[in-house]
Design a binder for this molecule. Structure first.
Ligand code: NAD
Ligand code: GLY
Length: 376
């Protein structure tokens, strides 16, 4: 087993329940120990069959090491390589996972190993949730976004041609196995973009994390973040997400706070046709707007809002919108977001670092006024 392994437990139903609680294990150079760990948590007792789902870039870098580790531990391994990118998070790719599951004769006690970022993790998760009405799932996240967010908490799914993540299920993995070393090959824009979610946890939940980020000079590239700091970031974000999910697995209420910055962020992504900004960049803009609204409504101090924006700048994430962007279209897109309930757009607004409130008081006019303030 790897040294210096930090472990966070996602305790479901508020208590450590052997069947559904699981660990997020964070340790450098741990990919090669995955097989051993799976045996330790009881996988492979009946069926030895596992299916690795990945994409060409990730598999080229890490496929062999994972495959070797699983073989050494006695697993019967097959792999499926799906094309990279959000546009392949489709029913067609899902069908390919089912086909591979059939070819490899996965059984009820077999497992799917998601080796990749959020796209691979979400699709593989949904396949595991539905194949034979549910087989084991192991998340091996390879992007910063997947390590701090998507691999944890059990949201799985694919896109419908009419909208993102419209088809899905809550389905928890048996293990989240995080090897920070893999981030060395992650493109800088992906790293930067995921920092938006890291900053989010600091604002909504974890003041210590926020202070840690505030004390850094730069957060835009892995090489400016020491391995100790990276380990701390991964641990604290995993802990934040695990705490929230443990209290509200299916987003009855509390889990909605994880959508801080996402209400406006998703609308910006959609209005700019997912081309101008990637997800994290749009979320950073969403946090800038939500922060400003919170200050306007007298919920948050301007000083803390400014501190948030300084951290966003340290990650080289955008804080301005193109002058010609259609603000009415952003407001309209917000109202058609899937998170809208009974026609009401619900905002997550900071009240202090580490704490937020849900508000139904945010009118389209307030949103527009604040969007106008950040036009370039
Ligand atoms: P991604 O999975 O598309 O990965 C981004 C890119 O990085 C891809 O091109 C991939 O090939 C490449 N890559 C991944 N790991 C690499 C590595 N170690 N080295 C080199 N290249 C690597 O993007 P993402 O940001 O990880 O995930 C976005 C997806 O996650 C979206 O579909 C979103 O809906 C979903 N998501 C899900 C949840 C959830 O709770 N389930 C939460 C947030 C986001
Ligand atoms: N990424 C938001 C959630 O998992 O609820």
């Amino acid at each position: 087993m790897p040294d210096h392994c930090a472990t966070v437990t996602v305790a479901l139903n508020g208590e450590v329940n052997e069947n559904r609680s699981y660990d997020i294990a964070i340790a450098s150079h741990s990919l090669k120990s995955l097989g051993e760990k799976l045996v330790e948590i009881g996988l492979g007792k009946k069926s030895k069959k596992v299916l690795i789902v990945s994409n060409p870039v990730i598999y080229k870098h890490y496929g062999e090491i994972v495959q070797t580790s699983l073989n050494k531990a006695g697993f019967d391994v097959a792999h499926l390589i799906l094309p990279a990118g959000e546009r392949f998070k489709t029913a067609n790719s899902l069908q390919k996972i089912y086909d591979a599951a059939l070819d490899h004769r996965l059984e009820r006690s077999s497992a799917i190993i998601a080796l990749g970022g959020g796209v691979i993790g979400d699709m593989s998760g949904y396949a595991a949730a539905t194949w034979l009405r549910g087989i084991d799932l192991v998340q091996v996240p390879t992007t910063l976004l997947a390590m701090v967010d998507s691999a944890i908490g059990g949201k799985t799914g694919i896109n419908h041609p009419q909208g993102k993540n419209l088809i899905g299920a809550f389905y928890q993995p048996r293990l989240v196995w995080v090897d920070p070393e893999v981030l060395k090959t992650l493109p800088a824009r992906e790293f930067r973009s995921a920092m938006a979610e890291v900053i989010k946890y600091g604002v909504i939940w974890d003041r210590e994390l926020f202070d840690l980020l505030a004390n850094c000079d730069r957060l835009d590239q892995l090489r400016y973040v020491s391995s100790e700091l990276l380990q701390t970031i991964l641990y604290r974000c995993a802990k934040a997400k695990a705490d929230v999910v443990s209290k509200d697995e299916k987003e009855g209420n509390l889990r909605a706070i994880l959508n801080y910055g996402h209400t406006v962020g998703h609308a910006i992504e959609s209005v700019t046709h997912y081309r101008l900004f990637n997800h994290g960049e749009a979320i950073a803009l969403g946090m800038v707007i939500a922060g400003a609204i919170a200050v306007d409504l007298g919920l948050w101090s301007a000083e803390e809002q400014a501190q948030q924006n300084v951290i966003i700048a340290k990650a080289h994430l955008p804080q301005t919108l193109p002058a010609d962007i259609d603000l009415d279209a952003i407001v309209a897109a917000m109202s058609s977001d899937k998170k809208v309930e009974v026609g009401q757009v619900r905002f997550i607004l900071p009240t202090a670092i580490g704490s937020v409130a849900l508000s139904d008081r945010v009118t389209s006019d307030i949103v527009k006024q604040n969007l106008r303030k950040i036009l370039a």
